[in-house]
Design a protein around this ligand. Sequence first.
Ligand code: NDP
Length: 234
Amino acid sequence: MSRTVLVTGGNRGIGLAIARAFEKNGDRVAITHRGSGAPEGLYGVRCDITDPASVDEAFAQIEKDLGPVEILIANAGVTEDTLLLRMSEDQFEKVVDTNLKGSWRVAKRASSKMLRGKFGRMVFISSVVGLQGNAGQTNYAASKAGLVGLARSITRELGSRNITANVVAPGFVETDMTAELTDDQRKAYLETIPAKRLAQPEEIAAATVFLAGEGAGYINGAVIPVDGGLGMGH
Ligand code: NDP
């Protein structure tokens, strides 16, 4: 059965791999972008998830063109790394407003139609860093840990209505975000990852598509690590 899927930040990186995987599954896929346009063959809407009006407009457009969003993948995210003592209010707020509040905004907007349709799947893309912390990422780690509480609260509110809210916690993935790592940082991270390699975006997409699928209807409020063993035990 073909479903309507929205992937925030689906114009590149992990989000794009997720969008392509749902497309391959035969679903109707919408992605958001902030001006880059949609990649070849994908349906895109312009949306800045830090702006509630922009979120509302994007959903209204998707509802008109593809139908109500049945599967929401809250993937869009940013980093703004620096040590605690140097981090400004703005740097903290920007990251939390995008990664955590932006995900809450899209989940809230999607939930009314999911309730009406008596079906919904939400997947929040967190990070291993949200579970084990990382020096220089107090803003990012806090925002990603917050997604676990967000998903689990949604599970408790809406779990009886055939709506699931789960979290995928990737380790380090080959995208623009990790292209910023220095060779030394990359080498140091590789030493700590049991798989001894970074993930490909498609490996995050596979877990995400699974959580939205028929077979995962009884998985709710779960945190699924896709991290090559990096965060084991969390
Ligand atoms: P990229 O930096 O490659 O892409 C980030 C995406 O988020 C882009 O599509 C970007 O849009 C979008 N975005 C950022 N801010 C906003 C906003 N305000 N409104 C709408 N869209 C926005 O990141 P990745 O693909 O690497 O990461 C995707 C997700 O996975 C993020 O949440 C990230 O934290 C998480 N993650 C990534 C890991 C990694 O190693 N790469 C590891 C663990 C988690 P635009 O193109 O317009 O900038």
